[in-house]
Design a protein around this ligand. Structure first.
Ligand SMILES: Cc1cc2nc3c(=O)[nH]c(=O)nc-3n(C[C@H](O)[C@H](O)[C@H](O)COP(=O)(O)OP(=O)(O)OC[C@H]3O[C@@H](n4cnc5c(N)ncnc54)[C@H](O)[C@@H]3O)c2cc1C
Ligand code: HEM
Length: 369
């Protein structure tokens, strides 16, 4: 790829579009971000193949990428075009250095990349995408909403704690990850808690424009967060990060006698702790669950005028940053720990936990972006 990876990627795409012009329609207008991630993957493949181990991780990574590509409308024949485009551009980039040996090495690597992606997409057991219709939407605060949907086809399958690639009708071809707040169920019901990020395209549209009747599209499910019922657990949720943990708790409630779970649920202001009613009910009916509510500020600001006072739920309240309050609360060294929330909150909480002696292997969270 040489000195100019961006040009390399641009040329590969240009070669592929020249072979089949309709492929351009699968892509967004702006390709600079994609060019960067595309080159990163090609680079990662060439580096990993040369390394003595780590090949099985590489294969699993490419297989996942191939399964994920189905949602873009990519089909098997496209991978052959991509292979040809890559090989022509590598030949061009290497110039006189394009020897038989180089061709053999690069050819094997690109055949592996496109082959694994194609094979995984062809053999994927789950559908490339499925749909659900919005049946209810309500606002929690000015920048948060709960959206409930029902699948229009067969019951969706995902494990509690996983997240789903999601596309809304107002933003075609734009995918965002959202975590269901309830486990999958035979009625095909789904619930999401969405916070509008300042300047955020999809999240702001969901909170302000989503209406009953909108049809959302879902693709791959991801994520490995899970709760082992035999081990005591510490759960730390910031804001709408509660969603995957809520789903896990609801799922967990079906076990006869699970180990104790302590949930710290935090927000900036008391009026943003929108789920305390549900959580206090869950804690009342499930003695293994303890809930501590945490806010950075003791009182609500003027723009949260109608918020309910969380103290009415009879739950313990603490003040500070949720991660720091949770870590300082007790000794968690025997616990499995799950953290969900904004990326900086996850990052700092994990650091504090490690400093407090929690085994890094015991800490789970979703990818930070
Ligand atoms: C595993 C996972 C699960 C998720 N689950 C949920 C969920 O259940 N509910 C939910 O509301 N969101 C969830 N998110 C976040 C969601 O996927 C989007 O990233 C978020 O809604 C922003 O998308 P957007 O299109 O509105 O913003 P964009 O238009 O993509 O971004 C606009 C600006 O905001 C910045 N930005 C993007 N994301 C964030 C962020 N999280 N915090 C602060 N700034 C940001 C960008 O850098 C950019 O500058 C999850 C993310 C991950 C990785
Ligand atoms: C060598 C094989 C390929 C690699 C390494 C690759 C890599 C990537 C990467 C890293 C992304 C970023 C998003 C994601 O992770 O899904 C992406 C997105 C995408 N790819 Fe590929 N890809 C390959 C083949 C193809 C082929 C053959 C097509 C179709 C002709 C294609 C079409 C797309 C589209 C449409 C997107 C989404 C762009 C967007 O909406 O931002 N890819 N690809």
């Amino acid at each position: 790829m040489g000195a100019d990876p961006d040009r390399f990627a641009a040329n590969v795409f240009a070669r592929m579009f020249a072979m089949k012009p309709t492929l351009r329609e699968l892509f967004p207008a702006e390709l600079s971000g994609l060019r960067r991630s595309f080159v990163d993957v090609v680079d990662h493949v060439l580096t990993s193949i040369a390394a003595p181990d780590g090949h099985s991780e590489l294969i699993e990574f490419l297989a996942q990428l191939g399964r994920d590509h189905r949602k873009y409308g990519v089909v098997s024949e496209h991978y052959w075009l991509m292979y040809d485009a890559l090989m022509s551009e590598f030949q061009q980039a290497f110039g006189s250095g394009w020897t038989d040996d180089v061709e053999e090495t690069v050819g094997q690597a690109m055949l592996l990349t496109t082959g694994v992606m194609r094979g995984a997409a062809e053999s994927a057991a789950e559908p490339a995408h499925w749909e659900a219709r919005v049946v209810q939407k309500f606002s929690i605060t000015r920048d948060r909403a709960v959206i409930r949907l029902i699948a229009t086809g067969p019951t969706p399958v995902y494990a509690a704690g996983q997240y789903l690639e999601t596309q809304i009708p107002q933003w075609p071809r734009t995918w965002r990850n959202l975590s269901p707040a309830i486990p999958s169920n035979e009625n095909g019901e789904l619930e999401f808690h969405v916070r509008a990020i300042p300047g955020g395209r999809v999240s702001r549209t969901i909170v302000s424009d989503t209406q009953v009747g909108d049809v959302w599209t879902f693709a791959q499910r991801h994520g490995t967060m899970h709760l082992d019922p035999a081990k005591p657990a510490l759960l730390i949720a910031g804001g709408t990060g509660l969603a995957p943990l809520r789903s896990l708790l609801i799922d967990f409630a079906q076990y006869a006698q699970p180990a104790p779970v302590h949930l710290f649920y935090g927000a900036q202001y008391p009026g943003e702790l929108y789920e305390l009613g549900v959580l206090s009910q869950l804690a009342r009916t499930n003695p293994w669950l303890t809930v501590t509510a945490v806010t950075e500020h003791p009182d609500d600001p003027w723009w949260l005028p109608d918020a309910t006072d969380p103290r009415q739920w009879g739950l313990e309240m603490k003040y500070g940053r949720v991660g720091e309050v949770a870590v300082a609360y007790g000794d968690w060294s025997d616990r499995q720990v799950l953290i969900a929330g904004p990326a900086p909150m996850i990052f700092h909480t994990a650091l504090h936990l490690r400093a407090a002696g929690v085994d890094p292997e015991a800490i789970q969270h979703d990818p930070l972006n």
